[in-house]
Ligand binder design. Structure first.
Ligand code: PGA
Length: 251
């Protein structure tokens, strides 16, 4: 049985003090989530990882990115050993904003996923089509390419640890969420590709939907057979709406 996962992506929001405030406030809902078998967590900026880790309880603390090299001349980057030292073992890879603004390709994501799995960490690999690709009916073509390139040549045993997030770019931060039918259709399609690539892993791999998820619609997505959780931006920033999402899922 795959667990349910609610992961917040804070992007470039919240100072360290604000993250700490959220972490302290999150203890109660983390306990409630654990009682209901729901995994919960957030990905703050690098600066707030330590504060989140220290002040939260039972919360997954994820990084929003990492470099695939261990160390070296890569100004502005953060490596996997640096994250591990803080006790971080979840990392978002290939978020559409990084693909858009930071030239993050699926090939580069693949290197990061390899490095993360070698270090026994959990990559949350984001895929999804742009609005023009959606309108041109190319969703599955785009997503299949991203999955095949990003998850290429992984060890079949470790691939089960990868979490995939399907996030249509046109639904991120726009309030125009994909219908539950679209989410299920694409997540099931992704599971099928994983089956072709790594038979057996498809049953275990968690697939999330992301894009304008909020308390009112989260349950509809999680009811879908192939949607195991949600990656949430805006609605994860306030403890009240985070709490409401968990409660709605648990009902
Ligand atoms: P959103 O962002 O929930 O604000 O649409 C989702 C994401 O970017 O992961």
């Amino acid at each position: 049985m795959r667990k349910k996962l609610l992961l917040g992506n804070w992007k470039m929001n919240k100072t360290v003090a604000e993250a700490k405030e959220f972490a302290l406030a999150s203890r109660e809902i983390a306990l409630y989530a654990a009682e209901h078998d729901i995994l919960v967590g957030v990905a703050p900026t690098y600066l707030s990882l330590a504060a989140m880790k220290e002040n939260s309880r039972g919360f997954i603390v994820a990084a929003q990115n990492c470099h695939f090299e261990t160390s070296g001349a890569f100004t502005g980057e953060v490596s996997i050993p640096m994250l591990k030292e803080l006790g971080i073992d979840w990392v978002i890879v290939g978020h559409s904003e990084r693909r858009m603004y930071d030239n993050e390709t699926s090939e580069k994501c693949c290197k990061k996923i390899h490095a993360l799995l070698e270090n026994d960490m959990i990559p949350v690999y984001c895929v999804g089509e742009t609005l023009s690709e959606f309108e041109a009916g190319k969703t599955k073509e785009v997503v299949e390419r991203q999955i095949r390139k990003g998850l290429a040549d992984l060890c079949p045993k470790c691939v089960r640890k990868v979490v995939i997030a399907y996030e249509p770019v046109w639904s991120i931060g726009t309030g125009k969420n994909a219908s539950t039918e679209i989410a299920e259709d694409v997540c099931a399609f992704i599971r099928g590709i994983v089956r072709e690539m790594y038979a057996g892993a498809d049953e275990e791999i968690m697939i999330l939907y992301g894009g304008s998820v909020k308390p009112e619609n989260v349950k509809g997505y999680l009811r879908q057979e192939d949607v195991d959780g949600a990656l949430v931006g805006g609605a994860s920033l306030k403890i009240d709406s985070f709490t409401a999402m968990v409660k709605n899922l648990a009902e």
